[in-house]
Design a protein around this ligand. Structure first.
Ligand code: ADP
Length: 590
């Protein structure tokens, strides 16, 4: 009866402990923590003096210690056991618990496999999905240290540990993948954040070096026609400065004929890793690696995806060489996939940079042409105007016929138009090329005031009433004073121009939220709705009825828009034909 009660209470005790084990193991996803907890429970329950958690790799056919209690850790870390000649090996081979009560007598026992005081041991296989993945090894100082209930407890513990370790491994794997994705994401954002080629190269090399954790990355340009590569950028991880690596010289070229490894990467668009000990290295690559003290190398193609579905060709713009000088290493499948993904990003960033440089070059040529044409036209035009006026003067008081007067008038008008056109072209071009570095804080209220004064005479000549509604305090914006003055001036000038004599022109400056709003209202010819859309494009003139006699170039409003948008604002118009217009823009306040 007491036996039965004892047995029951023992079983109850064991159940309680296992429940506890489940709770603790279930709560952690940390691999090392699971190992420690398992060994701790095993020792506490069985009264063993020492224990080792052994892992078994079927692939390598090896038994290694993962963690231990009761042993000096340094000793344990190096420990391995032969599968064929050890008690632990026997637990794996037979998939049965090994309980040895007389250690000395066991034929597979070897003295260095246990502590000197150990008399008895148990080796409990750990199985996951019907495969042995490890062994829990426990040592006792008495022959009867391990009783049957203890052994069955360790068996159950082993089952639970196997599952908990599997979860921890999966978690670790998922976390590592998330880390990889995050670093890949950061790297690719860094690479595509710039359009300047030198910067693309620098960030690309750095991103590859940090992602792969190699000491040096070199980027080479691929010259298809010449059949060679040229090293165009080299980066060494700052922490690898003390390593023995020698950074290759930028500017060196290599013929692909002598570098089959690089040719392979270019042709297949696949990366491949090489070690100095690889037997199949080409002489050139071996020489290169030896000369730069490289122990392992990954060749990564920089290949862009097709630009559009209609251009199916993949373009290989170069290769990157990830080089490790500090130690031997292999580049795993995942690392290579990551490197290839980054290689693709780098290739497109380089292609973007190239397109950008081409566009910029064209822009510069265009600006240069406009500048030259305008300058070159301005002088001969000035000469023509002067000689024409001198010629008229030389005719003395001779009266002109009505027809002659019309001719003279036409020539003068044409001269004026050409002069304004050239002036506007030059200003527009200047606005587009002026550097923002020269911008300053501008008192916009004062600027409007000055411009009103400058135009008062022109308004007076046409008998307009010019009123202004300005804030009492100064409103400041950041920008180019000259450009802003042209924008304000153009709107007031247009209102004066496109309003029949005796009109009313109102200039207003107000604020709303963090913006200033500038408006010019007139009661002039106005613009019909269908013509308003194109108003701000270069060379467009609305030509409303009654405005034929007004000369202009159609560049003024496009200049206003360019200036306002450059300063981070927007321009718009409200107008009705025959009633009048309100031209407005807003700018961010400084
Ligand atoms: P320009 O005055 O040299 O022709 P702009 O670019 O300044 O060139 O203006 C483009 C066109 O917009 C003008 O030709 C005119 O038809 C119309 N326009 C501009 N301002 C006004 C205005 N205040 N009232 C009516 N029409 C205007």
């Amino acid at each position: 009866m007491t036996d039965l009660t004892d047995n029951l209470s023992e079983q109850l005790e064991e159940l309680k402990m296992l429940q506890h084990v489940d709770q603790e193991l279930g709560a952690t996803l940390d691999f090392d923590n699971v190992l420690m907890l398992t060994m701790d429970w095993a020792l506490r329950r069985t009264g063993a003096t020492a224990g080792i958690f052994v892992t078994f790799s079927e692939q390598e056919n090896s038994l290694r210690a993962l963690t231990a209690l009761g042993y000096p850790m340094r000793e344990v870390r190096e420990k391995t056991w032969p599968l064929e000649q050890s008690i632990i090996g026997r637990a794996v081979r037979t998939r049965q618990v090994q309980h040895v009560t007389d250690l000395e007598a066991d034929p597979e026992h070897c003295p260095e496999h246990a502590l000197p005081e150990t008399r008895s041991v148990i080796a409990v296989p750990i199985e996951l999905r019907s495969k042995v993945t490890g062994v829990i090894w426990l040592e006792g100082e008495q022959r009867d240290t391990f009783a049957a209930p203890d052994i069955s407890f360790v068996q159950r513990l082993a089952q639970r540990a196997a599952i908990a370790l599997d979860h921890a491994r999966l978690y670790r794997e998922a976390a590592r993948q998330a880390d990889e994705m995050a670093s890949l994401y950061t790297a690719s954002r860094m690479i595509s954040a710039t359009l300047e080629r030198p910067q693309v190269l620098a960030t690309a090399a750095q991103a590859l070096a940090t992602t792969l954790g190699v000491s040096t990355v070199v980027i080479a340009d691929y010259r298809k026609l010449q059949g060679e590569i040229e090293l165009i950028h080299a980066y060494r991880l700052p922490t690898a400065r003390l390593s023995m690596n020698i950074v290759p010289r930028v500017g060196s070229t290599f013929a692909l004929e002598s570098l089959p490894e690089v040719r392979y990467a270019i042709e297949t668009q696949r990366s491949s890793g090489y070690s100095l000990h690889s037997r199949l290295l080409s002489d050139t690559l071996r020489e290169f690696m030896t000369a730069h003290n490289v122990r392992a190398l990954l060749i990564i193609p920089l290949a862009t995806a097709p630009m559009t579905p209609n251009t199916p060709l993949i373009e290989v713009v170069g290769v990157a060489l990830a080089m490790e000088s500090r130690h031997e290493r292999r580049f795993g499948e995942e690392e290579r996939a990551m490197a290839e993904a980054l290689g693709g990003q780098i290739a497109s960033a380089l292609r973007q940079a190239r397109l950008y440089a081409e566009v910029r070059e064209l822009e510069e040529i265009k600006s240069h042409m406009i500048r030259m044409a305008s300058h070159d036209l301005r002088n001969p035009l000035g000469v023509a105007i002067n000689y024409f006026e001198m010629f008229l003067e030389s005719l003395g008081d001779q009266p002109f016929t009505e027809v002659q007067k019309r001719y003279i008038q036409s020539v003068r008008k044409a001269h004026q138009t050409m002069q304004t056109l050239i002036k506007d072209l030059l200003t527009l071009e200047k606005v587009e090329s002026e550097r923002e570095a020269l911008w300053q804080e501008v008192d916009f209220t004062a600027l409007v005031n000055a411009e009103l004064e400058a135009q008062r005479n022109a308004a007076l000549l046409k008998k307009h009433t010019l009123t202004a509604q300005l804030p009492s305090q100064s409103l400041h914006v950041r920008g180019s004073p000259a450009q802003l003055q042209r924008a304000v001036g153009n709107l007031i000038d247009n209102a004066i121009k496109y309003t029949p004599d005796g009109g009313l022109i109102q200039v207003r400056l107000t604020t709303k939220e963090r913006r200033l709003i500038f408006e010019v209202q007139d009661n002039g010819y106005g613009i019909s709705r269908e013509r308003q859309e194109r108003l701000f494009t270069s060379f467009y003139r609305a030509r409303e009825p009654g405005t034929d006699h007004i000369s202009g170039t159609g560049l003024g409003l496009s200049l206003v828009r360019t200036v306002v948008e450059r300063h981070g604002g927007r321009v718009w118009v409200n107008s009705e034909a025959g009633i009048g217009s309100i031209f407005s823009f807003w700018l961010p306040l400084a």
